[in-house]
Design a protein around this ligand. Sequence first.
Ligand SMILES: [Zn+2]
Length: 132
Amino acid sequence: MLLIKIKPNGILGKLLLRNGKFDGRNLGPISFISKELTGRNKEAVIAHEKEHYYQWKKNPFTFGIKYLFIPEVRYKAELEAYRQQNYIVEAPDTYSYYILNNYKLDKLNLTIEKIKNDLLNKKENSIWENYH
Ligand SMILES: [Zn+2]
């Protein structure tokens, strides 16, 4: 995985990190992270993006499209990525809030409690099996 550090308020940052709304972004073999990240927070975001890289690597021709167009896939992919992030910087409430609000998952009728439960419980989600 190629890791590129970018300024969150620079041209690439505005485009890929939504002006600092996100700390990282994965596009297949390349991950972009904010230059402003340091220490454990940086490690945690890299772990998150690395998980997306593995997801892409498993299905390089279909993952991006499915992630974009199937909310269930996006939800599961983010759960897995935030789970990796949570191993390094533990903040399940914050991550659940991000998942609820930043990934256009309204169709799934999620709640913070459901997300947090899925995030902390590795055996969840029979939904995913239908799409993977
Ligand atoms: Zn993610």
